[in-house]
Write a protein that binds this ligand. Structure first.
Ligand code: SF4
Length: 465
């Protein structure tokens, strides 16, 4: 807290209006899970194979100057040099949250040394059945819980991070908090789900009202034993007790493509430097007030927690923070009544039948609608083949475009910049990795289990057909 506080005060004294607090460092996109609500891993194989080097990670951290680094992914423990990355960041006195699904944590703990700078932030999405369904892996909860206990026993700092999706049973979430505190975690982080358009499951994301009503039930009448490792003002925002606007540059994202525009959740291309990200993004187009549909349901910490922290260092913010610490129980009779009246909810699996519409196999010619073709190319999660007017062609994944050029990464990892007016046609030749096929296989598996009476998860009938 002291490190963050002194950093923020320094930025304010310098008169800096746009400063980052936490770097979201994604050193790879590979993962050993394929969670239903995740839109981060749908890339062609040659992209998934790539890693940021430790030097690239250190350069990004130094470039933006943050006091804290969150390392999500992909699964960072699958990075072959993750121990070097962590060691280098600890040496630079950066507070690290290594976000892991913990499937590999127990076997890789020996690579790390306990430090006040290093926290394992374990992805736990609720009680056993809910977590396993959310991460699409049976037994995932037990493996993660065992790893948490082992890490705590060996003296590591451990927190959890939990995404709360629509349909989550509020009572079950509260019991889950007890389970995590009993396991010895230092604190818990919460996030409402964000509807990534590339995530297989598009139906379990609450709108703002749904989020607020759910978090009010979950976070009112708190038990004194619960510790949340988040800004108390951000938690008040989730409960609908205060309004905040997005500060998307507060938690910028860096990965193998560069600095993601504009935020951790939306991908509208990449900048080569942090300053370029700040300068080339029209920030007025993002955030709830902007009316951008991509932001309309977002209450994510990556957009709003930096705002809460920044507000803490204002005259009224200091009083609000002190009040939130003194009255941290948030007694609320109405919320308690709603919670008590809530009937146990069955876990529900629902998915549109059939694969999503995909552009795979389509061709766009420059003399037709090139502008739309370029937008689709940037959005497509598969390789493309671009034929140039000089007859040559280039295949690969398009990760960025501006008014004059697009940038493509080829399977040999070479990057190419192509001027729009050089393009003859764009063919969507590679498999669309966001077509939802793996999720459908998971649904079919559950349908079989349901038929055999082996699960109490409810499947929506038309989804199975
Ligand atoms: S509101 Fe959410 S999705 Fe929109 S820019 Fe902010 S963090 Fe990104």
């Amino acid at each position: 807290m002291w490190t963050v506080a002194s950093y923020v005060v320094r930025q304010k004294l310098k008169g800096r209006k746009q400063y980052p607090l936490v770097l979201m460092l994604e050193p790879l996109f590979r993962c050993n899970l394929a969670c239903a609500g995740c839109g981060k891993i749908q890339y062609p194989g040659h992209v998934l194979k790539q890693n940021l080097t430790p030097e690239e990670c250190f350069r990004a951290v130094e470039e933006c100057g943050v006091p804290a680094v969150s390392i999500p992914g992909g699964e960072p423990l699958m990075h072959p040099q993750i121990d070097e990355i962590v060691k280098g960041l600890v040496a630079r006195k950066k507070y690290i949250y290594l976000c892991t699904n913990a499937l590999l944590l127990k076997e890789k703990l020996h690579l790390f040394t306990p430090s006040k700078y290093l926290t394992f932030s374990v992805h736990m999405d609720g009680q056993k059945e809910h977590h396993d369904l959310s991460v699409c892996k049976e037994g995932g909860y037990e493996i993660a819980l065992e790893a948490i206990r082992e890490a705590v026993a060996r003296g590591f700092r451990v927190t959890t991070n939990t995404t709360v999706f629509e349909g989550h049973d509020a009572k079950s979430v509260r019991q889950f908090f007890d389970e995590m505190m009993d396991a010895g975690v230092e604190g818990m982080m919460l996030s409402p789900g964000y509807s990534y358009d590339k995530a297989p499951d598009q139906q379990h994301f609450s709108g703002r009202e749904g989020n607020v009503s759910m978090f009010r039930k979950i976070l009112s009448n708190r038990k004194p034993s619960w510790v949340f490792n988040m800004s108390p003002l951000f938690l008040e925002f989730l409960m609908g007790k205060r309004n905040l606007e997005c500060t998307a540059w507060g938690m910028p994202t860096y990965n193998i493509f560069g600095w993601q525009k504009p935020c951790y959740l939306i991908q509208e291309g990449y900048a080569d430097t942090f300053q370029q990200l700040l300068d080339s993004t029209d920030w007025s187009k993002f955030g709830y007030e902007s009316g951008n549909p991509k932001c309309s349901n977002c209450m994510m910490h990556s957009g709003y927690e930096a705002t809460a922290v920044n507000y803490t260092f204002s005259f009224s913010g200091i009083f609000a923070t002190i009040r939130s610490m003194l009255f941290s129980r948030y007694e609320d009779g109405e919320a308690l009544q709603e919670l008590n009246q809530e009937k146990p909810k069955p876990l529900l699996v629902q998915i549109e039948s059939g694969s999503r519409t995909s552009l795979q196999g389509a061709t766009v010619r420059a003399n037709e609608d090139l502008a739309q073709g370029l937008d689709d190319a940037l959005d497509y999660r598969g390789d493309l083949t671009i034929t140039l007017k000089n007859g040559k062609s280039l295949a690969g994944y398009v990760f960025d475009r501006d008014r004059q050029t697009l940038r493509l990464i080829a399977p040999d990892q070479k990057r190419h910049t192509i001027a729009h007016d050089e393009i003859e046609s764009i063919d969507f030749t590679g498999r669309d990795m966001a077509d939802g096929r793996s999720w459908e296989a998971w649904i079919r598996k559950y349908a079989e289990k349901k038929a055999a009476g082996e699960t109490n998860i409810e499947l929506v009938p038309e989804a199975i057909e």
